[in-house]
Design a protein around this ligand. Structure first.
Ligand SMILES: NC(=O)c1ccc[n+]([C@@H]2O[C@H](COP(=O)([O-])OP(=O)(O)OC[C@H]3O[C@@H](n4cnc5c(N)ncnc54)[C@H](OP(=O)(O)O)[C@@H]3O)[C@@H](O)[C@H]2O)c1
Length: 166
C-alpha cells in the first residue's frame, strides 16, 4: 500500500552468558539483532510512516531487572527503552508515537525450549504465579498501535504479571 501506520519491532534473541563467559562475539550478536535490528528497521521505515503512525519496540523486564546470565540481553532491552524517549521528540512534528512493550516470562517457543526445572523457576519469579500468553502481549501492542493511546509516547508498558513491579 506504500504507507505504514504501525511498526512493531519484535524480533529478538535471549542467550544466557555470565560476565566471566562473555565474548565479544556474543555481545555483538545480541546487540546486532536486538538493538541494531530494531533501530535500523525503524529508520528504514521512516519515509513510509503516515503522520500519526505508531512505533512499538519489544523490550523485556530484563531491561530493568538483574538476572544472572542476562546482563547483555538486559542491556539490549534497556537500550531500546531510551530510543523511544528520543524518537518521541524527534518525530513529534509528524505526530509519530514511539513506545516499548516489556513482557515478563511469556509462553513462546523461546521459553518452551527451557527445561521443566528452568520453566518452573521462571514462573516462580512472577507475582501473578504464571507465565503470560502471547495474546496478552499482543493486546498491549494493539493498545499502543491504536488511537486509544493517542497521548501515550516515550513510555514502557509492562506486561509481566507484576514481575518488575512488586
Ligand atoms: N518469551 C518471553 O518470555 C519474552 C520475555 C520478554 C521479552 N521477550 C521478547 O519478545 C520478542 C519475541 O520473543 P519470543 O519469546 O517470541 O522469541 P522466539 O519464540 O524465539 O521468537 C523470536 C522471533 O525473532 C525472530 N528473529 C530472531 N533472530 C532474528 C534475526 N536475526 N532476524 C530476523 N528475525 C529474527 C525469529 O524469527 P525466526 O523464527 O525466523 O528465527 C522469531 O520470529 C523478543 O524481542 C524477546 O526478547 C520475550
Amino acid at each position: 500500500m506504500g504507507k505504514l501506520d504501525v511498526l512493531v519491532a519484535n524480533a529478538g534473541i535471549a542467550e544466557s552468558v555470565t560476565l566471566e563467559e562473555l565474548t565479544e562475539e556474543h555481545f555483538d550478536r545480541l546487540f546486532s539483532i536486538n538493538v541494531k535490528g530494531a533501530v535500523f528497521a525503524v529508520q528504514k521505515a521512516l519515509p513510509l510512516f503516515q503522520d500519526g503512525a505508531s512505533i512499538i519496540l519489544m523490550g523485556s523486564v530484563a531491561g530493568v531487572k538483574g538476572t544472572s546470565g542476562f546482563g547483555v540481553y538486559g542491556a539490549t532491552k534497556a537500550a531500546l527503552r531510551n530510543f523511544v524517549r528520543a524518537w518521541t521528540i524527534e518525530l513529534k512534528d509528524r505526530r509519530i508515537r514511539s513506545n516499548v512493550v516489556s513482557p515478563g516470562p511469556i509462553d513462546t517457543p523461546a521459553t518452551q525450549r527451557f527445561s521443566a526445572e528452568a520453566f518452573q523457576k521462571l514462573t516462580s519469579t512472577v507475582p501473578m504465579g504464571r507465565v503470560g500468553l502471547p495474546e496478552e502481549v499482543a493486546r498491549a501492542v494493539l493498545y499502543l498501535a491504536s488511537e486509544d493511546s493517542s497521548f501515550v509516547s516515550g513510555t514502557e508498558l509492562f506486561v509481566d504479571g507484576g514481575r518488575a513491579q512488586v
